[in-house]
Design a protein around this ligand. Structure first.
Ligand SMILES: CC(C)(COP(=O)(O)OP(=O)(O)OC[C@H]1O[C@@H](n2cnc3c(N)ncnc32)[C@H](O)[C@@H]1OP(=O)(O)O)[C@@H](O)C(=O)NCCC(=O)NCCS
Length: 330
């Protein structure tokens, strides 16, 4: 492992030299590397018994029984194995011969998303450094994960974290549902590919929605129509028999407070409920309208998580790293 890590560092050094050579005088490059390397070494100390392997999605699926031990905590990894396996790269983490973790890199979204399964607090920067080593050109881009406080802290102490936003995890309890009628003159319809242009238009009005046209494949989406106009949407980011995540809930501004978001979200839940054991969602803690909506519908706050923005290596996370640089051609 020591050799492996020093190879990673060597590689980072070469890569860094390559992308900076034109921009920076050599002495500056060298001083930057010398500064970054001891940090990297310190973080990897004590992590020498770990091996990280890039594995096939079929091999990742073999770990599912263990991962299902805590469905709620491991929801996104479960979805990656069962629904997003064609667009994910999986890395398994072993301590000696024991399987202790799985990291899934999702490539099908407009941004880099990573989910973690951990049985023990192994050094999170190890699989990230391995990823960088395997695909150095992706190291320069930011990565995003929704993680618990402990994982956020380990990203921070490894010098990788650049930003984070707290979110409530909210879990649906059917017993708490208060059903209300659909507002007059509004039709609720299950959305399909024909509706894609209208859905994309609605989502383009609110920044931060995790929407791609492919999202329709992964969960049911329902829309509220006023005549021909789509005025409210809700969907599911993923939808497995173990767990489903509700999301992408939005109402056109001039149609708000008429019970439309409630109606479309309820339609999504009605479809998910008989199929998925656990239904949950994540919402920014300061999004009061949405938090109230979900509380009112029978969701309960079950925990706090953090959307973390980070880089694969401390070098790229540095505030003074020149952001204008382009990723070098492969
Ligand atoms: C959150 C959002 C979807 C709510 O849409 P909506 O159609 O206005 O919601 P509804 O009319 O169905 O509201 C249902 C309940 O939610 C709560 N609620 C909705 N908007 C609220 C607000 N502005 N303030 C406080 N509570 C609010 C209320 O309890 C409301 O019930 P009530 O009107 O009987 O009091 C809408 O504000 C929106 O599109 N926001 C931007 C996108 C977004 O943040 N989506 C959530 C992502 S997780």
């Amino acid at each position: 492992m020591v050799n492996e890590l020093s190879r990673i560092e060597q590689f980072q050094f070469n890569h860094y030299l390559r992308i900076n050579a034109i921009m920076l005088p050599p002495i500056e490059i060298i001083s930057r590397i010398i500064e970054a390397t001891p940090k990297l070494n310190r973080k990897h100390n004590g992590a020498m018994n770990y091996t990280i392997k890039l594995i096939t999605s079929r091999a990742a699926r073999n770990h599912l029984p263990q991962i299902l031990g805590d469905i709620y905590k491991n929801a996104t990894v479960i979805a990656d194995i069962l629904q997003f396996n064609k667009t994910c790269d999986f890395y398994s983490v072993y301590k000696g011969k024991k399987f202790v973790g799985l990291v899934a890199f999702e490539k099908g979204l407009p941004f880099n998303s990573v989910s973690f399964y951990q049985t023990e607090g192994f050094c999170i920067s190890l699989p990230l450094a391995k990823r960088f080593y395997d695909f150095p050109n992706t190291g320069i881009e930011p990565y995003y994960s929704t993680v618990d406080a402990k994982t956020k802290d380990s990203l921070e102490s490894a010098g990788l974290l650049v930003d984070y936003t707290p979110e409530y995890q909210m879990r649906y309890d059917p017993k708490r549902t208060k059903l209300k009628g659909i507002p007059k003159g509004i039709e609720i319809i299950r959305l399909n590919e024909q509706h894609l242009p209208e859905i994309s238009k609605l989502f383009s009005m609110v920044p931060g929605m995790v929407w791609t046209p492919k999202s329709l494949m992964y969960g049911p989406y329902y829309g509220a129509f006023d005549g021909n106009m789509l005025v409210s949407v809700a969907g599911a980011h993923f939808n497995t028999k173990y767990v489903a995540e509700v999301g992408n809930v939005i109402t056109l501004r001039m149609y708000r407070r008429r019970g439309l978001a409630r109606a479309v979200t309820q339609a999504v839940i009605n479809e998910l409920n008989p199929y998925s054991k656990i239904i949950y969602l994540s919402v920014y803690v300061d999004n009061t309208p949405a938090v109230n909506l979900y509380l009112d519908m029978g969701f309960e706050v079950s925990g706090l998580s953090y959307i973390c923005k980070y880089y694969l290596t401390p070098i790229f996370s540095r505030k003074d790293f020149p952001r204008t640089l382009k990723t070098p051609a492969k």
